[in-house]
Design a protein around this ligand. Structure first.
Ligand code: SF4
Length: 331
């Protein structure tokens, strides 16, 4: 079996179908440190783009994974690292090369760098771009997304609007609701999303272990309120709630340990889903997971009554801003 480090899944995504994930960053490197992030607190908070990895190697891994999965085995190759994909200065090149393999490409971005022309150009290479729109006010944005101090919300929103006007592919939005943090003032967020004219606006809630333990999904009444605020402005057919855990992934098609660790670093796996996926692939799935846990390669954590396998990847360096305490960053 081949060993792949930068490619994970495929996982089932309700937005994208069978999604083969690409992690084009070597650790938790992001412009934000969202309180709900399933990859943990941001180890390197930065707004500087850089060539974090060899994009040709990334494309080569995608090619090998696509061969292992088989023709037609994925709906999208998705750039969804444990951080912000547009920080990768070679993202546009990598996306173009992956599309040349004959697959559709998606990028899931927090949209914080779309005010930059080079980032808009790189994002526009994809067939589908999902942009994060969690907040319309500076206070909520800082409390929830904990952005790099050099970022300005007005600039981020202008970049988003400009990208939405020029992008010829499929644009979708994702709004994560965290109880008590952005569940008030949703009309303004819905107005903003409507101005972007996405083909679909997704409203999601934290279903996997978050960076901060106080993060909770809102109750049913708030979800309905949010849905109505969005549907009134976009039409019911263009709004979807993502409030249930995703279905289990298919069994790994390459080295099961690499599959497990690379997937868990970006996409926490429900323990029972991981056990089911490894059944028949390794002799004793429990033994593999226990060994990885005792080696410190993964952690098993509990969230909302379920157990998840996570891999919290860090990065040695920080460009000075560093992760911040949620209490300090709440404005
Ligand atoms: S949720 Fe996305 S944008 Fe927020 S810290 Fe995690 S990787 Fe960055």
């Amino acid at each position: 079996m081949v060993g792949l480090e930068r490619v994970f899944g495929p996982v089932f995504s309700r937005r994208l179908g069978r999604s083969l994930g690409v992690n084009n960053l070597p650790g938790k490197i992001c412009t934000y440190s969202c309180v709900y992030c399933q990859a943990g607190r941001t180890a390197r908070l930065t707004v500087e783009r850089a060539a974090f990895c060899d994009w040709r190697e990334v494309v080569e891994e995608v090619d090998r994974a696509l061969r292992a999965v088989g023709a037609g085995g994925v709906d999208y190759v998705t750039f969804v690292p444990s951080g912000e994909p547009l920080l990768d200065a070679n993202l546009g090149r990598a996306v173009r090369a992956v599309r040349d393999l004959g697959v559709r490409v998606a990028i899931l971005t927090n949209a914080s760098l779309l005010w930059r022309e080079d980032c808009r150009a790189d994002a526009a290479e994809a067939d589908l771009v999902s942009v994060k729109v969690d907040a319309a006010s500076v206070g909520v944005w800082r409390a929830l997304n904990r952005p790099h101090p050099q970022l300005r919300l007005s600039q981020v929103l202008e970049g988003l609007l400009e990208f939405s006007r020029g992008f010829g592919g499929t644009l979708i939005t994702e709004t994560m609701l965290v109880d008590g943090v952005n569940t008030g003032g949703l009309e303004a967020v819905a107005e903003l999303v409507a101005r972007l004219r996405p083909s679909k606006a997704y409203i999601s809630v934290p279903t996997r272990p978050p960076a901060e333990p106080h993060v909770r999904p809102p109750g049913a009444a708030k979800l309905v309120e949010a849905f109505r605020a969005f549907a009134d402005r976009l039409g019911e057919g263009r709004v979807e709630l993502l409030n249930l855990p995703e279905p289990p992934p298919p069994p790994p098609r390459w080295d099961p340990v690499a599959w497990l660790t690379s997937t868990a670093s970006v996409h926490p796996l429900r323990l029972e889903h991981a056990l089911a996926a490894l059944e028949g692939v390794v002799d004793d799935p429990w033994e593999v997971i226990s060994r990885l846990e005792s080696e410190g390669a993964v952690e098993v954590v509990e969230y909302s009554g379920a157990r998840y396998i996570v891999r919290r990847v860090g990065s040695a360096a920080s460009d000075g801003a560093g992760p911040r305490d949620p209490a300090v960053s709440t404005v």
